[in-house]
Ligand binder design. Sequence first.
Ligand code: MF3
Ligand code: CO
Length: 250
Amino acid sequence: MAVSIKSAKEIELMRESNKRLAEVHLAMEQLIKPGVTTWELDEFAERMIRNMGCVPNFKNYEGYPATVCCSVNDEVVHGIPSKTRYLKEGDIISLDMGLIYKGFHSDAARTHGVGKVSPEVQQLMDVTKQSFFEGIKYAVAGHHLHEIGNAIDDYVTPFGYGIVYDLTGHGVGHKLHEDPAIPNYRSRSKGIRLKAGMTLAVEPMITMGTADVEWLDDNWTVVTADGSWAAHYENTILVTDQEPEILSML
Ligand code: MF3
Ligand code: CO
């Protein structure tokens, strides 16, 4: 496993790529309301990304047909935008997307409530987001990769939630998916030693039920096996000798 270390120049381009992605996420947040289709959200994101002179990196990735993964309620990740999927009050939607700027990939996901959501579902979203911040406390040069997932697990498990096992975070930069895979759950092994200049996409996927997931017949959409709702939160970060820099947040 070769984990790339980005140079100062490459880090600058990663910053720019992720800053643009963060802007798209912020703009999209305003569009989340009852009656909007996931197709419309995808069209908006693609237009905004291309207007910035950037390229959506999910589109055509292993045949993925859209710019954004729009995963609603029991859909965990990789939901395909649809002209007939209307958001309704109380739903939750994970928007996952990335872009390429001067050859450098960014990747980030947010889960939003549609209108007013139940307190239970709000807690799921809050815990999922916080678990990312708990995990990246250990994304520091000299620490080991699996400390991230251990910290996520220690934080999330007491809530009785499921941590998806079948999907992980990943290195990101020259490509959308680089080494290493980054589990969001406790591992026996320590994992590689982290070094300054690694750029990582840390992305906990958390369910209100069990961790088991299934793939729909479209071969993309990942849903919970038990129908429980799921949330997803992701940022691209830069490992340094101190706190990580969260590149995909403004
Ligand atoms: N953000 C997703 C991941 O984390 C990528 C989605 S797969 C794609 O790795 F095909 F849609 F790009
Ligand atoms: Co990712």
